[in-house]
Design a protein around this ligand. Structure first.
Ligand code: NDP
Length: 239
């Protein structure tokens, strides 16, 4: 559906996977969309997106990326904090670097972009923030103490920010995808995928576009605040 007024949308990690599908969905609705990437730019068929290089572990790069987006599209009023990474290992083998690097990208990275975005949203008097978490935040997963902790942290972050924002027209919500068809899930073994699918009533992985549907819903739903929306084919039965 075409938007009445084009919004300035900012999606981190929007060069592939869930971020790319989400960015393209907003662009198809008529929004002006900036995506960040570190390595590879988005594919040529996504030429409608403004691509800016940004590593979310670096506040200066975050600030520069926002400045580029603002110069091209105006103040960012929709932020999707999607950039994420894994470094799976059982706790007994996990190094401190394995733990802190995942938290630095997934949780502190979301803090860096949300803090930068909220400044502009307060000025604009309007804003929508969606943080991409994971069902691992809700159920845990062996080998993912670092990842699950970082993704669970996003829930407390979103709910605390919701209190801070109070009655303003700025919302912060969380989407918690289950296993989704992207490079991240392709790294799993057949056995890991099989185990996860056995616990998923839908009997298949999510498509990135189906996660984008949930993000778009939350951006449109101004009275939904501090919510966690699972997109998991029924694996958690709503939790
Ligand atoms: P991909 O591995 O396909 O994409 C990850 C994205 O995050 C890439 O765009 C990558 O950029 C970016 N990224 C990683 N680290 C950084 C960083 N330090 N700074 C900036 N960008 C970074 O994964 P998905 O699309 O599957 O994942 C998207 C989000 O969804 C993640 O937060 C993930 O945790 C979450 N998720 C995914 C699930 C799945 O099954 N796929 C399930 C549940 C949640 P680059 O290409 O430059 O490396």
């Amino acid at each position: 559906m075409e938007q009445a007024t084009a919004r300035s949308v900012f999606v981190t990690g929007g060069n592939r996977g869930i971020g790319l599908a989400t960015a393209r969905r907003f662009a198809a609705a008529g929004d002006r969309v900036t995506v960040t990437y570190r390595g590879e730019e988005p594919p040529p068929e996504a030429a409608e997106l403004l691509a800016v290089r940004c590593d979310v572990t670096d506040s200066q790069q975050v600030d520069r990326a926002f400045k580029e987006a603002e110069a091209a599209h105006g103040p960012v009023t929709v932020l999707v904090a999607n950039a994420g990474t894994t470094q799976d290992r059982l706790l007994v083998r996990m190094t401190e670097e394995d733990f802190t690097s995942v938290v630095d990208t997934n949780l502190t990275g979301a803090f860096r972009v949300a803090r930068r975005a909220v400044r502009g949203m307060l000025g604009a008097g309007h804003g929508r923030i969606v943080l991409i978490s994971s069902t691992a935040a809700l159920h845990g997963a062996a080998g993912q103490t670092n990842y699950a902790a970082s993704k669970a942290g996003l829930v407390g972050f979103a709910r605390s920010l919701t209190h801070e924002l109070g009655p303003r027209d700025i919302t912060c919500n969380v989407v918690a995808p289950g296993l989704t068809e992207t490079d991240m899930s392709r790294a799993l073994t057949e056995e890991q995928r099989g185990n996860l699918l056995r616990r998923t009533p839908a009997g298949r992985l999510a498509r990135p576009e189906e996660v984008a549907d949930a993000v778009a819903f939350l951006v449109g739903a101004g009275y939904v605040r501090g919510a966690v929306l699972p997109v998991d084919g029924g694996a958690g039965l709503g939790h």
